[in-house]
Design a protein around this ligand. Structure first.
Ligand code: SF4
Ligand code: SF4
Length: 90
């Protein structure tokens, strides 16, 4: 699972940066084409180990998603690893 912010929905309120127990969100540094400063993600793979897991009974605590007023936060399935043939030349 990969955490993503939908830039078309985000309005840059930074509520997500306040609630995440792992500080996975941090205030963004530059505005996008709409003029919104979308938060940046700091090693979002840490999200899967959220310590609030037990409280909510699921792998992801989801606090950021619940607090986001614009439903801009979601998780995408990551593509499964596909082995590829590698040609070795001698
Ligand atoms: S689900 Fe929890 S740990 Fe993961 S990014 Fe959101 S607030 Fe942070
Ligand atoms: S809470 Fe939602 S709208 Fe606010 S900055 Fe985070 S992703 Fe954007």
């Amino acid at each position: 699972m990969k955490l993503v912010i939908d830039e078309r929905r985000c309005k840059g309120c930074n509520l997500c940066t306040l609630v995440c127990p792992y500080k996975i969100f941090r205030p963004g540094s530059k505005a996008n084409r709409k003029g919104t400063i979308v938060p940046e993600l700091d090693r979002p793979e840490r999200c899967a180990n959220c310590r609030l897991q037990k409280l909510y009974g699921r792998t992801l605590c989801g606090t950021c998603q619940m607090i986001c007023p614009d439903q801009a936060i979601s998780w995408e399935e990551e593509e499964a690893y596909e082995p590829q043939k590698v040609a070795i030349e001698y």
